[in-house]
Design a protein around this ligand. Structure first.
Ligand code: SAM
Length: 344
């Protein structure tokens, strides 16, 4: 039996089989898998595309991940924090544009301690009872995750980045720990958050073995959301001169993920749209069902540059929405006004 057939039947392979799948699949078989991914996506989500309004509310970060443009040691970056009022005004703008999920994302900024964060979350919850609140704040204590859940958060995005210990060490300084990242994900899940994990495709040092371990880790975790996108270098990081990730491999992995997790929420990421102009459209045609346009104030957009040449940094939120509407329509899909919860 061919590996793509086994994957379609069992939704999981062994590590060695995943390595073979990633390294040795013909273009014809990739196309068969892509079509299966689209079929599954349409079975659960039809032609709907869920939109998430991304609010990048702080670019301060205490971490020093080697790949990331907002890392602590990037002294060339002008730092900013949005006030609670500014965050609420992003939500107001987003709500009027049809967003029913707000994603608060930021660097790991100690200024946003539990009191401040819980206050922001409960204010959004009170003002928008029909919306989902997603947090993407990095690693925090179990107690902190619990407080934020109680304040009204529904979902949490925390890419695991890599499931392989050795690879993790090539991407992160000594003070960070893969075990802690994984523990956070399992704790969030146990608490009842809808959880998103994921990784960068083509991060420096990544091998097919690493990717196989990523897929197996995701299978163990069973997240409701999976975020993957190509690694893209940022000029003020130690990885400035590293190669970009591969667009084609990202698309292949998106199809693999849809086949492994037929009902998962799978975004066509901004990084995918950055590496190729039609990246997010092609993501949809590989099994994606979510896009995450930016609601951050235009004045701050450029300061949240995780990698060089990030798209949409000059566009108003309304323009981003209109642009995506057209892009999705071009491949037969449409944006919907919906919380866009995971369909169990
Ligand atoms: N601080 C939070 C965290 O660690 O989860 C959220 C913000 S963090 C900047 C969001 C994601 O950006 C990371 O999980 C990482 O995968 C992605 N990212 C960072 N640098 C990148 C790069 N150079 N290329 C592509 N993606 C990148």
């Amino acid at each position: 039996m061919k590996l793509i057939e086994k994957l379609m039947r069992d939704r999981i392979l062994t590590k060695d089989e995943f390595v073979d799948l990633l390294s040795g699949t013909s273009d014809e078989d990739k196309e068969i898998l892509r079509q299966e991914a689209v079929k599954l996506r349409e079975k659960y989500y039809g032609h709907d595309v869920y939109i998430r309004g991304l609010i990048e509310f702080t670019n301060y970060c205490k971490n020093n991940c080697y790949y990331c443009g907002i890392r602590r040691d990037n002294r060339a970056l002008e730092r900013y924090r949005l006030t609670k009022e500014e965050i609420l005004s992003c939500c107001e703008n987003g709500y009027s544009l049809g967003y029913r999920t707000f994603v608060l994302q930021g660097g790991e900024d100690p200024w946003f301690n539990d009191d401040r964060m819980a206050d922001i979350v409960s204010s959004i919850r009170a003002a928008y009872p029909d919306c989902a609140i997603t947090l993407s704040l990095g690693e925090r204590s179990v107690e902190s995750y619990r407080r934020l859940k109680e304040a009204g958060a529904d979902r949490y995005l925390l890419r695991h980045e890599t499931a392989n210990e050795e690879h993790y060490r090539k991407l992160h300084p000594e003070e960070m720990s893969l075990q802690n990242r994984k523990d956070c994900l399992y704790a969030l899940k146990a608490m009842g958050y809808q959880v998103g994990a994921g990784f960068m495709v083509g991060a420096p040092g990544q091998t097919f073995e690493c990717l196989a371990e990523d897929l197996i880790f995701l299978h163990d975790l069973q997240p409701e959301m999976i975020g993957i996108g190509p690694f893209l270098p940022h000029h003020e990081t130690p990885f400035a001169d590293e190669n970009k990730g591969s667009f084609e491999l990202t698309i292949f992995l998106l199809s693999i993920l849809r086949v492994m997790f037929p009902n998962v929420l799978l975004p066509a990421t901004t990084a995918l749209g950055t590496i190729k102009a039609t990246g997010r459209e092609q993501g949809m045609l590989a099994g994606c069902n979510v896009v995450m346009p930016n609601l951050s104030p235009v004045v701050n957009r450029k300061q949240y540059e995780l990698y060089d040449d990030k798209i949409c940094t000059g566009d108003e939120a309304a323009e981003c929405r209109g642009c995506l509407e057209n892009r999705m329509a071009s491949v037969g899909y449409h944006l919907v006004v919906d919380r866009g919860d995971f369909k169990a």
